[in-house]
Design a protein around this ligand. Structure first.
Ligand SMILES: *[C@@H]1O[C@H](CO)[C@@H](O)[C@H](O)[C@H]1NC(C)=O
Ligand SMILES: *[C@@H]1O[C@H](CO)[C@@H](O)[C@H](O)[C@H]1NC(C)=O
Length: 729
């Protein structure tokens, strides 16, 4: 091959993953970025780079963005992820197991901690010994999927399941990279690319999961590959070789079929597609702002103990990176200001699945209905965060430790960041009008703690934030940025398009269409409000009519509480003109005045799927048929699209589980919420999209006896020295 260029044949994110895979133990050490201290020179640019940690945080709070060696990590908490040493041990155990040792080849699609049973974890206290560590391993051997439990104490495989599944496990990074290379073994493919005017050395190809539509997608693992021209731009996504789709067998790497329906569609030009700062013409750079940053003169208020246990203000929770979910937040507890007691709020919360259907039914597009967690691994696609821009100066960074397809552990550094955020918002306030004669001005600033990760699933970037507030609220926010998946077209102006013709999107630039699509991000929220037995209550607001004899008013609103008895009662489609609040309560725990303690799910990002329920993608994405579901806790029901999502037919989704209609009143229950976005692209989304965000909240409702942050102090001038720019370097 002329000029073999590895990077050109795969998506950037996937290559970055692979490069890390082989270099995980050789990190350069980065500069220690430091918090300002209160001494006189505390804010010169010089001392920002000196290593002076507040002493109470030493050994507890790692320096930001530092590359760490994980070779000697040990678990401290029952939910701590598998360590490098543990993954190495599992790899050895697996390789000597009969099904693997006698087989020519196998691939490990996931190796993750098998969490101890929930009752055990609930009983565990800091300082207690850990339970025997176990791993759950998903492997493929000779065309069959295996799910195994490996006991790290006894070095034995204790559970081994195979069996018919309609779907396949999450792709390995190796699957994705080899798929992008494979078409080059086919002479027809090469010829087609050259006929389209693209030099083979300028090719960038993407591995695209193809869903399930019937017989063609059954009984073999398949993938579709589409390609782009990288000539004159890093933003190859804007230069599609439109209409060319290669169907590939993912196990044999054989080309099954090449479809070329785009021969007369030009490849859009590279002009104005580069988004890198260095590539912008320096005389055209627009400086809108002076530098801005948050100062913490006394250092941060949070600690991360033993790498995963976060303690901040009145909150305590466990955070771990996860190859499939991205980030898992567990055992979230908030301190009661009256009793001082840490009270349970949520046992476990994470991104369970994403569903991203594109709205173009034609040959090269109909199958684009991604499930990014179960097909690609949302966490596997999370890249290292960029200090100062992804996360502010005061951030703490956490690394992910994952396993490659042969079981070799590798580190994804700086995958998660944790930081305190002050956006100038107000926690609570009241100022008194002069007519009362009272001079009252009481205001409290709002500071929050954010746990962030960003996944770059090929072109798209998803920013996921878990934001904790001192008033007990948890805000779960998803931001969408990155690059659109676009379609090539002969059109250069909308005036060339005939009235009847559908573009399936918006003309964004000459020969470039941004295709309409949806994003659904479904969260698993195992709420344990003051204990695990909870109920789900819909508090429905309805108009009541008044007769003229009762009141001068004709109507008013009345709240009616409906406790969901079974799972079907808790299938919620949001309705603007029939609104409800959605409470998760503990029916056996009441406040002083007798209200059940609770947390409510406050919806946001409420786009709902409008696809036909019998459309194959919607069957697989049936977990988006409702915005809210509540299921009885079941350890096996974690992934809303099913354990094996790739090419699945939708027989193991949240919708199927919920239709079992199990009892959920005063039981251990799991709430599922789907954040939805409809996206009709617009020109501002070219060549890279400004972030669009939506969020939903988990908010205390009669959980505290009164405002939990009543007794917090306001800011005073002397606590906040003014930061002055250094006069000289
Ligand atoms: C297709 O082109 C690539 C890159 O030039 C080359 O390595 C490969 O051998 C070609 N395939 C065939 C079947 O000729
Ligand atoms: C738990 O979930 C699995 C997978 O959906 C299912 O097979 C099993 O029947 C469920 N158990 C109960 C008690 O619902």
């Amino acid at each position: 091959m002329e000029t073999p260029n590895f990077f050109r044949f795969c998506s950037l994110s996937i290559c970055a993953g692979l490069v890390l895979l082989f270099t995980w133990s050789h990190f350069p050490s980065g500069p220690d970025l430091l918090d300002c201290t209160t001494n006189s020179a505390w804010c010169t640019s010089k001392n920002r780079f000196q290593s002076k940690q507040p002493s109470h945080l030493k050994n507890r709070h790692n320096n930001p963005a530092r590359h760490r060696n994980h070779a000697s990590d040990t678990p401290h908490h029952p939910l701590d992820p598998l360590t490098v040493q543990e993954i190495n041990k599992i790899r050895t155990i697996i390789s000597s197991h009969p099904i693997f040792s006698t087989s020519a080849g196998y691939a490990l699609h996931s190796i993750e901690l098998e969490e101890p049973e929930k009752p055990l974890v609930l009983k565990w206290k800091e300082g207690d010994p850990l339970f025997p560590r176990k791993a759950s391993v998903v492997a493929r051997v000779k065309g069959e999927s295996h799910v195994l439990t490996v006991d790290l104490t006894t070095s034995e495989v204790t559970v081994h399941q195979t069996g018919p599944h309609s779907g396949y496990p999450t792709m390995t990074l190796e699957d994705m990279t080899t798929a992008t290379w494979a078409p080059l073994a086919d002479a027809t493919f090469n010829r087609t690319i050259i006929e389209r005017g693209v030099d083979l050395t300028d090719l960038a190809c993407l591995p695209i999961s193809l869903g399930w539509y019937g017989k063609t997608e059954e009984n073999r693992r398949l993938i579709k590959v589409q390609c782009y021209s990288m000539k004159d731009t890093v933003n190859f996504y804007m230069r599609p070789i439109e209409g060319l789709t290669v169907l590939l067998d993912l196990d044999t790497k054989q080309v099954v079929e090449i479809s070329d329906k785009g021969a007369n569609i030009p490849i859009p030009t590279a002009a104005n597609t580069d988004y890198r700062y260095a590539a912008q013409k320096q005389n055209q750079v627009i400086k809108l702002l002076k530098p801005i940053s948050i100062e913490q003169p006394q250092g941060p208020s949070f600690t991360v103990e033993d790498d995963h246990l976060v303690k901040w203000a009145n909150w305590e929770f466990h955070v771990k990176p996860d190859a499939r979910a991205g980030v898992i937040v567990s055992r979230a507890k908030v301190r009661d200001p009256d009793t001082g007691e840490l009270r349970d709020v949520m046992y476990k919360g994470f991104t369970s699945e994403l569903f991203v259907p594109y709205m173009d039914p034609t040959d090269a597009w109909y199958f684009k209905t991604y499930m990014d967690a179960g097909e690609y691994g949302f966490g596997l696609q999370a890249m290292p965060l960029e200090p100062l821009n992804d996360c502010p100066r005061n951030a703490h960074y956490m690394d992910g430790v994952f396993a490659a397809a042969d079981g070799t552990p590798y580190v994804r550094s700086n995958m998660v960041c944790i930081f305190e955020s002050y956006a100038g918002d107000i926690g609570w306030r009241h100022t008194e009008s002069p007519i009362t004669g009272m001079e009252i001005r009481e205001v409290r600033p709002k500071v929050t703690l954010v746990v962030r990760m960003a996944a770059s699933v090929a072109n798209y970037d998803y920013i996921v934030d878990w934001e904790f507030q001192t008033d007990g609220l948890i805000r779960i926010k998803v931001g969408l940025s990155g690059i659109l998946m676009v379609k090539g077209t002969p059109y250069q102006n909308v005036n060339q398009v005939s009235g009847q013709e559908s573009l399936y999107g918006t003309l964004l630039s000459e020969n470039v269409i941004g295709v309409i699509h949806d994003h659904y991000i479904t969260f698993h929220l195992d709420m344990d409000v003051d204990g695990f037995d909870n109920s789900f209550v819909k508090v429905n607001l309805q108009r009541e009519q008044n007769s003229p004899s009762e009141s001068p008013r004709k109507s008013f609103l009345k709240a009616t509480r409906n406790v969901a008895k079974t799972e079907k009662d808790a299938q919620v489609k949001l309705k603007l003109y029939d609104p409800s609040e959605f409470h998760v309560i503990n029916p056996s725990k009441k406040t002083r005045v007798g209200n059940p303690v609770g947390y409510k799910v406050v919806p946001g990002g409420t786009a709902a799927s409008l696809l036909d329920l019998d459309d194959p993608p919607q069957k697989r994405g049936a977990f988006t048929n409702n915005q809210i579901w509540v299921t009885q806790y079941n350890r096996s029901e974690q992934w809303a699209g099913g354990l094996f999502v790739y090419q699945s037919q939708g027989e193991d989704t949240l919708a199927v589980w919920s239709n079992r209609d199990r009892e959920i009143e005063n039981k251990d229950i799991v709430v599922w919420y789907t954040l939805g976005f409809h996206h009709i692209p617009c020109q501002e989304d070219f060549p890279i999209m400004p972030t669009v965000s939506a969020s939903f909240d988990l908010k205390p409702v009669n959980f505290f006896e009164s405002n939990p942050i009543l007794r917090t102090p306001p800011n005073v001038e002397t606590d906040l020295p003014v930061c002055e720019a250094a006069t000289a370097a």
